[in-house]
Design a protein around this ligand. Structure first.
Ligand SMILES: Cc1ncc(COP(=O)(O)O)c(C=O)c1O
Length: 387
């Protein structure tokens, strides 16, 4: 009975794609220099956020005890959602337990055939996150993938499907989690207007960091003329867990009544929502940290490029070092580990075949000294001809 599973695992091992869990203690003070985290603003240990969460757990316990559609509810959720909608410039917002859950349940609900009556068609960036991909599979919509950030390709596909009667959706991340580049949102907005398409934007890696007050790339534009749904997470720059969907009032009502992951799942506990609200409100005061991250990113990319490293199309705090081969990624990652530096090794299927890489996530507590520590080990690895 177990043979197919064992075969699957063995195949991954043979092709150096096997994943295993590590168990480093995630203490505040660690001797490791960590570039593997998505805690970009260092909010996971912020004392005011911890206090908000501790107070909520003492006052309300650690569970909400049911799904929000059947539990007696709690004003904290509405408070958070009102604030998110205000800062995102949308009519409404809805909180989910995780980004994966939000993408899976919201996107599949929006694409639901019974609701739309005609099969919708989705234009999805080829490098969109796995949760988006899974939502498309689940919804059984028709979908076309355009080459990463390639607006000409997107335009061609939209043109090709112009006469298709199904509702059209353009789906993209705003900042791409594995490449650290950005979607050209002006162009996407323009296409959405021209082809009468709905935009679904994933701001998981942009929330907290981009836009005038840190509330994501969407806040740089006025989306009024384009139907849109924007999701983002509390699991990256906001340091915790959970996700939001910012949308119109109609879509919020629809999701409460249709999104399976919202209806049939116990809601996040009040201590998570209290922390999320505190973290959300902290963001607008973190301009300095955002500027620091941009500066660090520019410096690190410049040094790496000088040393001949391929940092792809990164223009943000996420910097890939593309090594191509899985085994090389594992060996280089191990070398960094021996020097007490933790970097993520990313291999297919998380990235396309031949695109295995180290992924550096810069965080606001990183210093130039940290970058030099990384670079010195990089030079040593090159010197030892591991690369
Ligand atoms: C672009 C993107 N969307 C969604 C998610 C899922 O978010 P979460 O980790 O909160 O489930 C991730 C997580 O890595 C992501 O990178």
């Amino acid at each position: 009975m177990y043979t197919p599973y064992q075969d699957y695992i063995q195949k991954l091992k043979d092709t150096k794609k096997y994943r295993k869990l590590t168990n480093f203690r995630q203490d505040k003070i660690s001797s490791f220099l960590d570039f593997s985290s998505n805690d970009y603003l260092g909010l996971s240990y912020h004392p005011e956020i911890l206090d908000a969460s501790i107070n909520a757990i003492q006052d309300y316990g650690w569970g909400i005890k049911a799904s929000r559609v059947s539990a007696k509810g709690h004003p904290l959720y509405e408070h958070l959602e009102t604030q998110i909608a205000l800062d995102k410039g949308t009519q409404a917002a809805l909180f989910f337990s995780s980004g994966f859950q939000a993408n899976l349940s919201v996107l599949s609900a929006l694409l639901d055939f019974q609701t739309l009556k005609v099969r919708p068609i989705v234009f999805s960036d080829r490098l969109n996150h796995a949760s988006i991909y899974q939502a498309l599979l689940l919804s059984q919509c028709r979908w076309l993938r355009y080459r990463h950030l390639d607006m000409e390709h997107l335009n061609d596909l939209l043109e090709q499907e112009k006469k298709n009667l199904g509702l059209k959706f353009i789906v993209t991340e705003s900042v791409f989690g594995m490449d650290g580049d950005k979607a050209p949102l002006e162009k996407i907005y323009e296409f959405a207007l021209k082809y009468n398409a709905f935009v679904y934007l994933d701001e998981a890696h942009a929330t907290g960091l981009f836009g005038p007050h840190g509330y994501g790339c969407s806040t740089l534009y006025n989306w009024e003329r384009v139907p849109h749904v924007i999701m983002g997470t509390f699991s990256k720059a906001l340091g915790g867990i959970g996700a939001y969907v910012a949308c119109s009032q109609t879509i919020k009502e629809y999701l409460i009544n249709k999104a399976q992951g919202f209806i049939y799942s116990t809601a996040s506990p009040p201590c998570v929502v209290a922390a999320a609200l505190q973290a959300w409100n902290k963001v607008r005061m973190m301009r300095q940290e955002r500027e620091h991250l941009i500066t660090l990113g520019i410096k690190l990319r410049a040094i790496l490029k000088d040393l001949g490293a391929d940092t792809g199309t990164s223009i943000t705090h996420i910097i890939p070092v593309i090594l191509k081969q899985e085994d090389l990624v594992l060996r280089v990652q191990q070398k960094f580990l021996e020097h007490h530096i933790y970097v993520s090794g990313i291999r297919p299927p998380t990235v396309p075949l031949g695109q295995a890489r180290l992924r550096l996530g810069l965080c606001s507590h990183h210093t130039e000294e940290d970058l030099h520590r990384f670079i010195n080990v990089w030079k040593k690895i090159k010197h030892d001809k591991i690369l």
